[in-house]
Ligand binder design. Structure first.
Ligand code: ATP
Length: 237
């Protein structure tokens, strides 16, 4: 087991966003968490990245280590977990190349950095054609590719993806998910949160359904795609 989450609870002031959820991700898997607006999907990823405080009693471990002992920057540099946040959060005034280089700033292994940069360009040839273009002037899809590329440059073990399909045209979305599959086949475990349930379940091997801060269903993606409740609530009947 790579990531184990137990009794994870997060509140923002009086608002309880997560009510003590439990799930796990095994090494090499692609797992998705689907749910409606405000269900707590982004909060789950932020908790793993240590970007929001968790309630006492929450437990999270990664490769057998207590995640709660790691501050956010060490989650990336020491545990190898990268986070592609909703809305991408690129440095808009920096170029594609500068964004990628910055993501690797904490790393010292120059050869590996070069190899990873080449992998980013293999997966996303479009980025290679636009190295000196300012990130803020890229199309939405290209920005999403750069956000994934940046996560690849900062960490490799596990990638947390927040709504990568948001705002992408269907073809670009397929390209992005294809690239993510290749990344997974090369050894990166993926945890994806998505409102686009159909896309997420087609992409992932297993899924969880999050409703108002509680995980209410879990199963293989195929089972969830066939589940009448999931179909009614998330797949348009
Ligand atoms: P969406 O699909 O709309 O992005 P989500 O499932 O990712 O939704 P979260 O962003 O995790 O949901 O939000 C869960 C709940 O926590 C929501 O009720 C939201 O309003 C609340 N929330 C999230 N961030 C904050 C914050 N910084 N301050 C206060 N409340 C917050």
């Amino acid at each position: 087991m790579l990531l184990q989450v137990e009794n994870l609870a997060v509140s923002y002031g009086n608002i309880k966003a997560l009510h003590g959820i439990r799930f796990q991700v095994d090494e090499g898997e692609i797992v998705s968490i689907i749910g409606a607006n405000g269900a707590g999907k982004s909060t789950t990823l932020r908790a793993i990245s240590r970007l929001v405080p968790v309630a006492p009693g929450s437990r999270m471990s990664f490769m057998g280590k207590d995640l709660l002992q790691y501050p956010a920057h060490k989650v990336v540099t020491e545990l190898g977990i990268s986070h592609v946040p909703e809305g991408r959060r690129l440095f808009e005034n920096l170029t594609v190349m500068e964004n990628l280089r910055l993501a690797a700033f904490a790393r010292k292994d120059a050869d590996h950095i070069k190899r990873d940069m080449e992998r980013v360009f293999d997966l996303f040839p479009r980025l290679k054609e636009r190295l000196s273009q300012k990130a803020g002037t890229l199309s939405g899809g290209e920005q999403q590719m750069l956000a994934v590329g940046r996560a690849m440059m900062s960490a490799q073990k596990m990638m947390l993806l927040d709504e990568p399909s948001m705002g992408l045209a269907p073809l670009l979305m397929l390209n992005l998910f294809e690239a993510l599959k290749e990344l997974n086949q090369a050894g990166t475990t993926i945890l994806l949160v998505e409102q686009n349930a159909r896309m997420a379940l087609q992409f992932a091997q297993r899924g969880y359904v999050l409703e108002s801060g509680n995980l209410v269903l879990a199963g293989k993606s195929q089972e969830l795609l066939e589940n009448p409740e999931v179909r009614k609530a998330y797949l348009g009947g």
